[in-house]
Design a protein around this ligand. Sequence first.
Ligand code: CP
Length: 322
Amino acid sequence: MVAALKNPNVDFRHRNLLGIEGLSAEEISLLLDRSDHYAERNRSARAPGKALSGRTVINLFFETSTRTRTSFQLAALRLGADVVNMAVEHSSIKKGETLLDTALTLNAMHPDVLVCRHPESGAVKLLSQKVECVVVNGGDGAHEHPTQALLDAVTIRRRKGRLQGLTVAICGDVMHSRVARSNIYLLHTMGARVRVIGPPTLVPGAMERFGVEVFHDMALGLRDADIVMMLRLQLERMQGSCVPSIREYFRFFGLDRQKLSNAKPDALILHPGPMNRGVEIDSEVADDIGRSAIQEQVEMGVAVRMACLEVLTRNLPRLEDG
Ligand code: CP
């Protein structure tokens, strides 16, 4: 396990941000520190910055999104970039153009950054191998959602002052969750203890290989947890049904006050959104401003995406005016 080191001068060695896997503790800390900077700036300033002035960011989302797409757009605008949101449903993809031809077409227009979300694991990496611009993964299938894990980490770090040594329980549909995967990589690298909790049908068999503890009982898994991270039940990714009924799922795995009482008294509740109230989380705990950091996660989403766009484009050459 690698301890978190604070070194604001460390270089970020990667051209793209495709996942948390492979990032060092120093690189993660760099992104978290820059996110903190932008979180403070977003609370006090409205005038756009200049870090991305003259740059173009294209959002290419093949799956629905409220938080990720909007916050990448806001992040780019707040850094002075021009932003294009590709409406996939009105694009030539509907006429049969492939992902790679779409990517090559957009690349020929010389964007600086392409932010892509795609339902297939690995699709964003494939795209990154065909284009010259920076590529950021906005979520690929059940594989990774790196900026979500970064915004979760910055939220935790601001509330708890650290990541190292915390016990984080990730609960629910781990099987279909790119959020869980990216969080496991990040938390493990930063020295947190990670537990996953869910029914056997929703927890992959080989999870221990990721260095996490597996529980199938909420009361046991939540015992003395510092952070309770709930996951959405991703019905759209399931082949057939993985739970007997929604009512039964909520009874055994939905977070309510009674189950939460097993965690530490000051345990923080997180959820990446969108939430299914009454399925994986009860409104009473989701809306408890003393315990739930769900709205803060959304706020940190903009700051994290500003940090990522800034760090990834720092050393890109700029085209001359003419
Ligand atoms: N957490 C998250 O990725 O939300 P969206 O699907 O709304 O972007």
